[in-house]
Write a protein that binds this ligand. Sequence first.
Ligand SMILES: [Zn+2]
Length: 223
Amino acid sequence: MGRVKQKYNRREAEKRFELVYEAVEGDRCIYCGMPNDGKSDHQPPVYVLHRFAEGGLVTKRAIREHFGPCKLVPCCTICNMGLGAYHGSDDNGRRQEIANWFLVDDRYPEDKIVLVVGYRLIQDRLQGRRGAEIYEFPGVGRIIYINALTGLIEGEFSGPAEFPEWLQVTQSELAEWLRGASRRKSRYFLDMANLASYELLPHARDDPRGQFEAQQSSAVDGN
Ligand SMILES: [Zn+2]
């Protein structure tokens, strides 16, 4: 069966599917607990609906039957970039996808040192030996994101109110520092993920992390 390919224009697609999404209230990222500063994430991503429509007409009902209720959830800029057009099956799957950008990169043994230094800087900060300049170091941000995301995935905490004090303090200081200059949040994501540019993500536009490939082949297997 031939699929009608239609060039993806994010702004047009967002407008097209705008009415399908229901906004969820909140001022903290539902994935990591950071203040979301008014930003949100589409569940499922607009790009996923665009692919689902295959260039034709699609009803709200067909979308709901296939994806369940579509939500616009509070989400920080950094988690939003970590997800890209990744949909996954639930919030924990999405948290894992984000965390994968920040965990130790086994291809580079020295990457472990970045996290060790990050831990040390956080300890120094909590003991008052250093100031908010520690947040400039991407290893610090990675420690904060990894602990929040994996703690929620593993059920160690049910929400940010249960985060240990060190995590609450460093999250709020990091949020403050990220607001200090324009475009600092997106730059920080790239630094934490060891990426030179968001445009360089493998298949980020056409098939993020192979999720459509996987869907297609499992559909074939099922036949
Ligand atoms: Zn977040």
